[in-house]
Ligand binder design. Structure first.
Ligand SMILES: [Zn+2]
Length: 128
């Protein structure tokens, strides 16, 4: 192996790990925003990085760009309670996620959103 190859792999592997990790987060929620249920396009730090939040699974949730942008640096739960799409089951799911219980979080999210293609969900999208 050439020296340049070793440098290349060192640079590549952490990025691949991060990419796989981010993908796995999105897969937990079936690529839905944990806050509002729309397609997740980003990873939100529940405790913002500006306030010392770490880039670990327990602090990073799949989120749409809208929620991620609106929430900004505010407290996630205070912000979420003020939203029109607030759902206590989703709030419980976020708490479970932060506790590291991803399986419970996923079950709570399925309870909150049993069928994404239901007429109710479509109505909600049209209203938004
Ligand atoms: Zn959202």
């Amino acid at each position: 192996m050439h020296e340049s190859d070793a440098v290349f792999l060192e640079e590549l592997c952490p990025k691949l790990r991060v990419r796989h990790w981010r993908q796995s987060l999105h897969e937990h929620t079936e690529r839905c925003c944990i806050y509002c249920g729309r397609p997740s396009e980003s990873i939100d730090h529940v405790l913002p990085r500006s306030r010392g939040g770490l880039s670990v699974t327990e602090n990073c949730v799949p989120s749409c760009l809208s929620c991620n942008g609106h929430k900004s640096d505010s407290d996630a739960f205070q912000w979420y309670r003020r939203q029109r799409f607030y759902d206590p089951r989703r709030a419980m799911a976020i708490r479970a996620w932060l506790d590291g219980d991803i399986r419970l979080a996923v079950r709570l999210l399925q309870w909150a959103n049993p069928n994404q293609n239901s007429p109710a969900a479509n109505l909600d999208l049209q209203a938004a």
